[in-house]
Structures are given as structure tokens and as C-alpha cells.
Ligand binder design. Structure first.
Ligand code: MLT
Length: 261
């Protein structure tokens, strides 16, 4: 389905009934990253997974998409879909958005799940490199982004060819304008660290023990700073734990949710 919001139009999966789980993908993915979770949870929950602005089938608008812009899109989406309080699950860049959302709209959250993400901003050097990558992406297309990231996504050094192909397919579905705007938005994102102590909903922080993009130390720091947060490590998983080890990831999430509802 496509949902017209105040500020943009988002493509969005919305299936099942019950407590709402909202899944936010990371960069440079789109909602199909969550296909194993949509399949696993739709029989017991209402499962919502948008393509964030500029990704997948959602329109790109503007030169910079701040994490707060994505969070405002989510706020519009939640209102349009009539969600009450919901469980927000963010992967990597989706985690940056989830933290921005938790800061802006704490009353809308039932619980928070942060996967392969962190609270800190880019260093000045990392931000400059991202801005330069955004410029090159607009000039030359998305190949460089995909090449640079694809090799580091999975824990296994010899993943099945079908899984490798799926990762590249998922990374290849978004155009240069959306990716460049998100790169610039990530480069400018604020430090979410000062907000973490205010989070009052149950929070699960998940890390793949072999995550080469977001080292487990980031998750450990998040879990220490968020009051009462639970830290879970997935052995043998890289940055895309939900795709590379869907059963282990889904079991972990299911058990944690079972204790909430
Ligand atoms: C992601 O997976 O969303 C990105 O690696 C996050 C980032 O580049 O900071």
C-alpha cells in the first residue's frame, strides 16, 4: 500500500491484527529487509514496515533528510494508520530514527527494540566522508554505496549465493536522490546520548556478535545508558541479523514480546 502523509507519500506494508509492531529498515535498504519478520509476526501482531522517505518505493524529497524528518514521517504514518502506542523496532539508521522518535514522541511508544545501531553522531571526518559519498552518489549512481557496504553486511565469509544476491537486491532498490539525502541527514544527526536516560519504555538492544559495521560495543553502551534495557547478543550474526539468522532473531524478539503482552 501507499500512504499519503502531510509531507510525502510512503510505501508501507501493513498486515495482521493486534498490538502494532513498526519496523524501520537501515541504510540503504527498504521494507523488504523485514520479510522474515513480517511472515513470522503477522499471525499475532499488526506488522507495519514503511519504506522510509527516499527508499524503495517511497518518494524522495529534498536534498537532506534529517533523522527528525524520518521521525516526523513516522508520526504522520502512525496517525494516518490510527496506531495507538506501538512497539518500534529500528535497525541501524532505522535505530537513529527510532531514537529521534523516542525523544519527540515518547507517549506513542509501547516498547523499543534497537538492532545494530548506536546513539553517537558522526565524527567530523566521518560526516565529511558521508557528504562526499552523497555527492558522488548523485553524480555516478548507487554502485559505490552498494559495493562498499555489501561485503561487510554478513558475518559469514562464505554466505550462500542466494543470500548474497538478496542483500544486493535489497540494497539496489533505492535511487541516488533518496540515498544522498539520507547520507547527508546521517552526517548531520545530533548526539542521541543525552536522550537515552529519558527512555521509559521497555527496551531491547540487540547486537550481532560479528557485526563489522556496528560493533557490539555500541549496543553495550546503549544498553547501559537506557534505564532497564535488556542487551541480547546473537552469536554468528553480522549487521543483518534478522535476514542472516531469521529464526534466532525472531525467537529472541518473540520471547521478549511475549513477556510484554
Ligand atoms: C545502516 O546500516 O543503516 C548504516 O550502516 C548506518 C550508518 O551508516 O551509520
Amino acid at each position: 500500500m501507499r500512504t499519503l502523509l502531510n509531507r510525502s507519500e510512503l510505501a508501507c506494508t501493513d498486515v495482521g491484527h493486534g498490538e502494532a509492531l513498526v519496523f524501520l529498515h537501515g541504510f540503504p535498504f527498504h521494507r523488504e529487509l523485514w520479510k522474515p519478520q513480517v511472515q513470522a509476526f503477522k499471525s499475532h501482531y499488526r506488522v507495519i514496515a514503511p519504506d522510509l522517505r527516499g527508499f524503495g518505493a517511497s518518494d524522495a524529497t529534498g536534498n537532506v533528510t534529517a533523522m527528525a524528518d524520518f521521525a516526523e514521517d513516522l508520526h504522520d504514518l502512525a496517525a494516518t494508520l490510527g496506531l495507538g502506542r506501538f512497539v518500534l523496532i529500528g535497525h541501524s539508521m532505522g535505530g537513529y530514527v527510532a531514537l529521534s522518535y523516542a525523544h519527540r514522541y515518547p507517549e506513542s511508544l509501547r516498547a523499543l527494540v534497537l538492532l545494530g545501531t548506536r546513539s553517537g553522531p558522526d565524527s567530523p571526518e566521518a560526516a565529511a566522508a558521508r557528504r562526499a559519498l552523497a555527492d558522488r552518489t548523485l553524480q555516478a549512481g548507487t554502485d559505490e554505496v552498494i559495493q562498499a557496504m555489501a561485503a561487510r553486511m554478513l558475518a559469514s565469509p562464505h554466505p550462500p549465493a542466494s543470500l548474497q544476491a538478496e542483500v544486493r537486491r535489497l540494497m539496489g532498490a533505492s535511487g541516488p536522490p533518496g540515498l544522498a539525502a539520507a547520507l547527508r541527514g546521517m552526517a548531520a544527526r545530533p548526539d542521541a546520548g543525552p536522550w537515552l536516560g529519558d527512555i521509559q519504555v521497555p527496551t531491547l538492544v540487540i547486537t550481532g556478535e560479528e557485526d563489522a559495521i556496528m560493533p557490539p560495543a555500541e549496543a553495550e553502551a546503549l544498553a547501559r545508558a537506557i534505564p532497564g534495557a535488556t542487551l541480547a547478543r546473537l552469536p554468528g550474526a553480522g549487521h543483518l541479523a534478522g535476514l542472516e539468522h531469521p529464526e534466532a532473531f525472531n525467537d529472541l524478539l518473540r520471547h521478549w514480546l511475549d513477556n510484554l503482552f
